[in-house]
Design a protein around this ligand. Structure first.
Ligand code: URQ
Ligand code: ZN
Length: 455
């Protein structure tokens, strides 16, 4: 399909300009003012709209098997929903069972991932240590284009890495030229606190944030950063949720360490009052880790995003329906951790960021696409609008609006974190490798159309 996107304002992370865009065979062929339509091209009128790189969500968990259940959005439904929200690429996680070979887990996730409607890549989690893991890390880097490894500092007894594993894995990744990422929560403390809170008689979702206070996150972030310093390797900290952890990242960056921060859009706009909701189902739908924080943390996170300490925005999309959350009806420790929102990230960030004067449009593009592409080695194939880049684009209507709701979203999830929120600023058209897949409310996602992108 050949496309001419005409009459819009092209916004990238470094500039805005009036330009038309020609896409052919899945890539951007031409960019400039007043371009002629190639023979047979379909013309899309982008008048009054911004033409931006499609969103990249660097942190999702489609169909994750966890806590005896499986996240309900699979690679097909989750990525179709992503397109309806203007996101054209995800980076998901292959998470080996304890003792499972990382390459075997990667192969399993590739099989699932090949159902995706959009391009995708995979981080691989390091969940134990041994010669096999060290060898597989090299295979993953050299043969499969995996250039980032995730380390869970929480979830003791299952996938948690202790300091020795962090040290060994960070060294190996450094020598392979790969980037380490961490889920920063002190799993030892979480384990103790959960049981203490439960023993005190707190059984409902309100126990979840009590067992994962900001200090638990800040301690782990600090420890991971210091281990990275000792090893001499860069670090990416996923879902920074509180001022305490943000301050740790900012200090390390000021001291010259290369530390990248990610923030989840939901942590920017939702606070911990959700856990006090009288309906346990509503509260349980907010059980994710790290948890939602007291309101004062939100402005700190926005400031961190503006300052560039937090460079990327993600969703950690890991969707569980009400019947799955019910596994922990009488014991918050059994509630599967995770929330949705891959479809909503771009609009929520635009509305509360650009619309509220907190972010410029170029900052929005950087935070939703370019920074992730650069940090995770997808740039300039992804994350920008340039001749030769993949034609992953969104025509953004800044005046269009949408009321977010589980009744109308495309995610399989039966709950929306943003139920009833009206957002101004929506994707009018989403283009995935040159194909129009979302257009003014019509979704034409195709199972398996996405490619695995080696990095
Ligand atoms: O922690 C994770 O990465 C998974 C289990 C998703 N859920 C979450 O609460 N963040
Ligand atoms: Zn996650």
């Amino acid at each position: 399909m050949t496309l001419l996107i005409r009459g819009g304002t092209v916004v990238t992370a470094d500039q805005e300009r009036r330009a038309d865009v020609v896409c052919e065979e899945g890539v951007i062929r031409a960019l400039g003012p007043d371009l002629e339509a190639p023979a047979g091209a379909r013309v899309i009128d982008a008048g009054g709209c911004y033409v931006m790189p499609g969103g990249i969500d660097p942190h999702t968990h489609m169909q994750l098997p966890v806590m005896g259940t499986v996240a309900v959005d699979d690679f097909c439904s989750g990525t179709a929903a992503a397109l309806a929200g203007g996101t054209t690429m995800i980076i998901d996680f292959a998470i080996p069972e304890p003792d499972q070979a990382p390459v075997d887990a990667f192969r399993q996730w590739r099989e699932w991932g090949d159902q995706a409607c959009i391009d995708y890549a995979l981080h691989v989690a390091i969940t134990w240590w041994g010669e096999r893991v060290a060898a597989d890390m090299a295979t993953l880097v050299d043969e499969h284009g995996v250039s980032s490894f995730k380390h869970y500092m929480a979830y003791k007894g299952t996938i948690m890495c202790d300091d020795q594993v962090l040290y060994d894995s960070f060294r190996r990744a450094r020598d392979l030229g790969a980037l380490c990422t961490v889920h920063a929560e002190n799993g030892e403390l979480v384990d103790k606190l959960r049981d203490e809170v439960y023993a005190q008689g707190v059984r409902g979702p309100a126990g979840h944030p009590l067992s994962r206070p900001p200090a638990v996150e800040a301690e782990a972030a600090h420890r991971a950063i210091r281990i990275a310093e000792v090893v001499g390797t860069p670090l990416y900290v996923v879902h920074t949720s509180c001022k305490d952890a943000l301050d740790v990242l900012a200090r390390a960056r000021l001291a010259g360490q290369r530390v990248h921060g990610e923030v989840l859009v939901q942590h920017l706009v939702i606070d911990d009052s959700v856990y006090a909701h009288p309906d346990w189902r509503f509260a349980a739908h907010h059980v994710m880790s790290p948890p939602f924080r007291p309101k004062q943390h939100q402005e700190a996170l926005w400031a961190g995003l503006r300052a560039g300490v937090l460079e990327t925005t993600a969703t950690d999309h890991c969707a569980f329906c009400t019947d799955q959350k019910a596994a922990g009806k009488d014991d918050f420790r059994q509630i599967p951790n995770g929330t949705g929102g891959v479809e909503d990230r771009m609009s929520v960030l635009w509305h509360h960021g650009v619309g509220a004067g907190r972010l410029t449009r170029t900052e929005f593009v950087r935070a939703t696409s370019t920074a992730a592409a650069q940090i995770f080695r997808l740039y300039p194939q992804k994350g920008t609008i340039a001749v030769g880049s993949d034609a992953d684009l969104v025509v953004w209507d800044p005046a269009g609006s949408r009321t977010l709701s589980a009744r109308t979203h495309h995610q399989k999830l039966d709950f929306s974190l943003y139920e009833g929120m009206e957002v101004v600023g929506v994707p009018a058209v989403t283009v995935s490798r040159g194909r129009v897949v979302w257009e003014r409310g019509q979704l034409q996602a195709e199972r398996g159309a996405g490619r695995y992108v080696p990095r």
